[in-house]
Design a protein around this ligand. Sequence first.
Ligand SMILES: CC(C)(COP(=O)(O)OP(=O)(O)OC[C@H]1O[C@@H](n2cnc3c(N)ncnc32)[C@H](O)[C@@H]1OP(=O)(O)O)[C@@H](O)C(=O)NCCC(=O)NCCS
Length: 187
Amino acid sequence: MALPNHSVHLATERLVLRPFADADFERAVPYYREPEFLRLMEHEAPDEPMTAADLRIAGEAMASQGYYFAIDHRASRRTIGEACLQWMNLERGRIAGEKIVRCPIGIWDKELWRQGLGKEAIRRMMRFAFDELAVDRFCAMDVERNNKRSRALWGACGLQVVRTVDSGAVLDFEISRAGYFALAPSQ
Ligand SMILES: CC(C)(COP(=O)(O)OP(=O)(O)OC[C@H]1O[C@@H](n2cnc3c(N)ncnc32)[C@H](O)[C@@H]1OP(=O)(O)O)[C@@H](O)C(=O)NCCC(=O)NCCS
């Protein structure tokens, strides 16, 4: 599959989410060789160092199931992460008759964690999903209980834990359409 495969651009104060392109896989490789980021993204560390070809397999799968974005940082003019608005692909997350997305995200550059950039990106994608795609539900799936940053991110965006998996080691978060429109405007 050639990327980009959509033309949606989502702007925020500090970021631009743009269609993920072929060249972005190479840009991502150094970050996926950093042990902490790799563990958080892949759950199980691969045997060999990640390559652009490895990342392409996962990226193309996401891209074929929704809107796959690269996250550009306006101030540094760098690509600093990726995210996807992915149509629900797990049976446990489906509800008959509902349009549901899940939203994997990674801010590649650790130096930029905890500055509100993840929340800024997610809030913009939530707005696009509820306003433009008219989804019924927005989810974050397979969040590891010990991933404090990720749990804090989803909570700060108004999502709540709706189920646990793997004896409680993994959490699924979601927010409904009604829940989203009930959020305070500052969210
Ligand atoms: C998870 C991730 C996307 C979060 O992005 P981020 O830019 O670091 O998060 P933000 O700075 O926007 O923080 C969002 C909220 O979580 C809080 N938070 C962030 N890190 C936290 C921590 N370690 N402990 C407590 N709260 C934390 C922030 O205060 C903020 O809440 P607030 O708006 O109420 O103040 C990013 O850290 C990342 O890419 N991590 C590696 C990959 C990963 O874990 N992806 C998610 C897999 S499910």
